[in-house]
Ligand binder design. Structure first.
Ligand SMILES: [Zn+2]
Length: 399
């Protein structure tokens, strides 16, 4: 058993804290948490390995809702992806998933690889053969021929091909079905970002086939019409959700659709990189502010947010998730406590993980220990002392 004590335990939900708290871990599971004096009386506490962290906070491990482990975050990441054989990619996936873990990310959802490579790493981690975060993976996203990210291998043309690809990904062991409902920016000579890549009817088929396989659907959607179609189809999360108007006509903010996203509990993964200041400079002040305005507008309409980084894209490194979360405090203007909840308890709920994202009895022992109090100062997430992944202590190494 492992007994962790610290000045504060943040259990996950904003405002919920245990001063002078303790967490008792048995194997992969949290068996008790509460004030230290209380946990000291627990029968398991006496023989446990005790680690005390004065001035520190224990909180749930962080959850990154959107990344691509097959990409290396360099400016040549696409060329590197094309040049690598599957063995080289697989090793890269292992290395980057471990980097993420050492930066406090104990759960990471991968939304696009080829041939299910991430799922193989997930399985090795689950079998205990590798140290790593809990991985969820989509395998190859569905996209039309030569559509956005066609090179992952998920090209589909027509209803029958859509059904077959969803079943194929399910058979590979995917945790989620990813569909590129609109164009995107990573793929030369593919449909523009605002354009629909699938009809409303086709998106309904994606969701129906995924539901039959017991899987949720993550829809990549930049264009307003593709967002509306994805919501009507009943997807579980919307990636990017940029509300672009047709033919680059400027933002097309649809109040009714935004309210429905909120009412249905569909989570929006805005996906911003750790170096969001550098990204703001790169895209320019106007586009950066427009993105911020969209986030605040969705927030006003009751939308739930799932944080993610699109890790693997240029500069979107895996070892600085704390940087990505600071965006929501310093740019968007939310409180640090809200952002901690969003990246832990909230993200787990958005991903349908019911034993993850809280420091509570019976939950998986995915923990992070940081100096200071991240619910008061989000930068405390940079000052990591210990990461615990399903009960296994890992030494952090963060930017
Ligand atoms: Zn992505």
């Amino acid at each position: 058993m492992l007994l962790l004590t610290a000045e504060t335990v943040l259990t996950g939900p904003d405002g919920d804290r245990i001063p002078g708290g303790a967490v008792l871990v048995d194997g992969t599971t949290i068996v008790a948490t509460g004030p230290r004096a209380e946990i000291d009386r627990h029968p398991g506490a006496a023989g446990a390995e005790h680690r005390d962290f004065p001035g520190a906070t224990i909180l749930p491990g962080l959850i990154n809702g959107h990344a691509h482990l097959v990409w290396d975050a360099s400016f040549a990441m696409l060329q590197h992806y094309f040049d690598a054989d599957d063995t080289e990619l697989l090793l890269g996936v292992v290395g980057r998933s471990q980097q993420a873990l050492r930066a406090g990310v104990t759960t990471l959802r991968d939304l696009g690889d080829r041939r299910g490579l991430v799922l193989r790493v997930r399985d090795a981690i689950n079998r205990g053969e590798l140290t790593g975060p809990r991985l969820l993976g989509s395998a190859a996203p569905l996209t039309p021929p030569k559509g956005h990210c066609w090179f992952f291998g998920g090209e589909v043309d027509g209803i029958d091909a859509i059904r077959a690809q969803v079943r194929h990904n399910a058979d590979l062991g995917a945790d989620v079905i990813k569909v590129m409902a609109s164009g995107g920016e990573t793929t030369p000579d593919s449909p523009p970002t605002w354009a629909q890549q699938f009809s409303a009817e086709e998106l309904c088929v994606v969701v129906a086939e995924a539901t039959a396989a017991g899987l949720p659907v993550a829809a990549h959607a930049h264009g307003a019409q593709s967002i509306a179609d994805a919501v009507a189809a009943g997807v579980s999360t919307i990636e990017h959700c940029s509300w672009l108007g047709a033919e680059n006509s400027g933002p097309d903010l649809r109040e009714d659709v935004a309210r429905e996203i909120g009412a249905r509990g569909i989570a929006v993964c805005h996906a911003y990189p750790p170096d969001w200041r550098g990204f703001a400079e790169f895209v320019g002040e106007q586009r950066f502010q427009a993105a911020l305005d969209r986030v605040r507008w969705m927030d006003q309409h009751g939308v739930t947010f799932l944080p993610g980084t699109d890790g693997g894209l240029p500069t979107s490194v895996f070892d600085n998730y704390a940087g990505a979360l600071s965006y929501y405090v310093e740019a968007v203007g939310w409180t640090p406590g809200r952002v901690v909840e969003m990246a832990t308890t909230g993200a787990a709920a958005a991903l349908g993980l019911d034993h993850v994202g809280r420091v509570a009895e019976g939950f998986d022992a995915d923990l992070l220990v940081v100096d200071g109090d991240p619910s008061a100062d989000i930068h405390a997430l940079h000052r990591q002392r210990l990461v615990v992944a399903r009960g296994e202590p890992v030494t952090p190494e963060t930017n």
